[in-house]
Design a protein around this ligand. Structure first.
Ligand SMILES: [Zn+2]
Length: 201
């Protein structure tokens, strides 16, 4: 069964948000156009407590985009973003959320970040998304959203590990860093993911 996974289509990742991804808003009409072609649509939502340790503001004399060791894992520090209950954490208002049947929130533990919608960055705790998708009969997953080189990438890679067929809908995603994105695409395809365009549906 064909399933669309919308990754973090939230205000803070849009131009004008706390952690903006250039041209992020352009994906919203593309997603709205293709959603109806899928038997199932789910969303992930970055959902941090205000004291999340991925925030540079939680570390003395640290700035966003510096790297630290956080509980044994390399952690990029970010500006405060997607704080639980904030406007920045809400989905883009233009995104039609009616087709989304389940939302998987991630990044809720202040001690560990979660780029993937399946598990945290240490693979310590699952969100339950893999079990949900299996129980619903999902086999082919199509990923889109923000940021293509980080949360979409890690979610897709975990989807492959979980045994799903995975594809990346390139024009329904935007990357934070173009170079990192090129590497990410190579890694995805090397592990068996397909890269497709929205007009394929
Ligand atoms: Zn985050």
């Amino acid at each position: 069964m064909k399933t669309l996974v919308l990754v973090d289509v939230q205000n803070d990742f849009m131009p004008g948000g706390a952690l903006p991804i250039a041209r992020g808003g352009e994906i919203v009409p593309v997603i709205n156009k293709i959603q109806g072609k899928f038997a199932l649509v789910v969303s992930t939502q970055d959902w941090h407590p205000a004291n999340h340790k991925s925030f540079a503001s939680q570390h003395k004399s640290r700035k966003p985009f510096e790297t630290i060791d956080l509980n044994g894992l390399e952690q990029t520090l970010w500006p405060d973003h997607c704080v639980q209950g904030s406007r920045g954490a809400e989905f883009h208002k233009g995104l039609d959320m009616r087709p989304t049947e389940a939302v998987f929130r991630k990044g809720t533990d202040p001690e560990i970040d979660s780029y993937s919608g399946f598990y945290d960055n240490g693979h310590r705790r699952k969100t339950g998304m893999a079990g949900y998708l299996r129980e619903r009969g999902a086999t082919e997953l199509y990923f889109c959203g923000l940021a293509a080189d980080i949360c979409v990438f890690y979610t897709l890679m975990d989807g492959l590990k979980e045994g799903f067929q995975c594809a990346f809908v390139e024009d329904a995603a935007r990357a934070l860093d173009a170079k990192v994105f090129e590497e990410a695409k190579k890694k995805m395809t090397a592990k068996g993911a397909r890269i497709v365009a929205s007009n394929a549906f």
